[in-house]
Design a protein around this ligand. Structure first.
Ligand SMILES: Cc1ncc(COP(=O)(O)O)c(C=O)c1O
Length: 385
């Protein structure tokens, strides 16, 4: 190890970077096909793109990118405040909700403290915790891999400062009702911040979409995160937000980068909020195609977990027995060779599963067409089984 590397802080040394979805451009190059031929079902983006209204407005804004953005995102905060009925001082904006999660970790965690999260929940909770020098307390899941809130309560330690709950959860798609969240908040010490990560909120059916934001009034230790990367279709611009109590937000403002949300992202998010018809269309489309995807997988004998997000977690464990390697990784690789990008979840300790995002109708059909081919290829290749 060279002399500089030995000064890297110890908890960073063994930290694996976040495993992002394979880029379309890279696979198109490898397969020597055009990018349009690649089907990406790997990062839970909106397959319908963005609202056409956002598209034209962003084009008009490009001319201004020689200027720094508004550091306080004043207009976007005003739009979010109108949407949720919270004050602008209760809003924290981030370079994606990922940035919000990291600023929370920076603000509340350090060596000698801990955060708590479910075994099969979003990988960034662990990354943000470990990189701040704190310990992760990983709570065992329910039988269907979801959050077990009573187990959360029994795992809280005297040094726990943050609790992360993804609702709906990635990668399982599981969901917790508002009543369960409320009962949980009643039992958690108010000195611990409970982070409710609602990146997929807009994909919920109306019945499940009960307002978690109104809980903020009664629970000052509640913090909610939302994203523009999913149903709003702005993943590439990187913008998300957090809602919490004003004191928490003011501390977080001290640790964020001064210009953490770029000007195109601020503008696009404002117009995206104005086009709720597009969000609703995306939600309905997601439900329809997810049903087709789940039924298609089921007709091949593949089980999926009930998902409230825009992706499904599929268990391929009954397809091939006794694999030498992670079946999820092998299937991911064979699907890549057929032009389809999915997400293996071996990093979540789920070696026989793949997470598959809901795509367009055509993408979904193509995936279901090539999947039996991919499984046959694995069966017939002795290196795999
Ligand atoms: C549960 C969850 N939270 C947060 C994020 C971060 O999203 P973004 O930073 O794009 O807002 C993701 C991304 O996939 C996610 O799945």
């Amino acid at each position: 190890m060279n002399s500089i590397s030995k000064h890297v802080v110890p908890w960073i040394k063994n930290l694996d970077p976040y495993n992002v979805g394979k880029p379309i451009q890279e696979l198109a190059k490898t397969l020597n096909v055009s990018e349009e031929k690649i089907v990406k079902l790997a990062s839970n983006e909106n397959p319908l793109g963005m609202s056409p209204k956002v598209h034209s407005k962003v084009n008009n804004e490009i001319i201004k990118i020689n200027r720094y953005p508004d550091s306080n995102s004043t207009s976007l905060k005003k739009a979010i405040s109108d949407l949720h009925g919270v004050t602008v001082n209760q809003i924290f904006l981030g370079n994606g909700s990922n940035d919000v999660l990291e600023c929370l970790a920076k603000t509340f965690l350090r060596q000698g403290t801990s955060s708590l999260y479910s075994k099969y929940s979003f990988a960034v909770y662990s990354l943000a915790t470990i990189s701040s020098g704190a310990n992760s307390i990983v709570v065992p899941s329910t039988k269907n891999l979801g959050h077990d809130l009573s187990a959360f309560l029994s795992h809280i330690s005297s040094d726990t400062k943050l609790i992360f709950i993804a609702n709906p959860n990635n990668p399982t798609g599981s969901f917790i009702s508002r009543d369960e969240i409320k009962s949980f908040l009643n039992l958690v010490d108010e000195s611990i911040l409970v982070v409710l990560d609602e990146a997929y909120y807009e994909y919920l059916d109306d019945l499940d979409k009960t307002n978690s934001v109104d809980l903020l009034k009664d629970y000052p230790n509640l913090f909610i995160t939302r994203s523009f990367s999913k149903a709003y279709g702005l993943a590439g611009l990187r913008v998300g937000y957090g809602l919490g109590n004003e004191e928490v937000i003011s501390f977080m403002n001290s640790v964020r980068q001064p210009f953490n949300v770029n000007c195109l992202a601020q503008m696009a998010a404002i117009f995206a909020l104005e086009d709720q018809d597009f969000v609703e269309m995306s939600r309905i489309h997601n439900r329809q195609i997810m049903l087709e995807l789940v039924n298609g997988l089921s007709s091949l004998g593949i089980k999926t977990l009930h998902s409230r997000g825009n992706f499904v977690l599929a268990n391929f464990g009954n397809q091939i027995k006794h694999t030498k390697h992670s079946l999820g990784i092998k299937l991911f690789e064979v699907l890549l060779s057929l032009g389809v990008i999915t997400r293996p979840v071996t990093n979540y300790d789920l070696p026989n599963y793949l997470r598959i995002s809901v795509g367009t109708e055509e993408e979904n059909k193509y995936f279901l067409k090539v999947l039996p081919q991919a499984l046959d290829l694995i069966h017939s290749n002795s290196n795999y089984v």
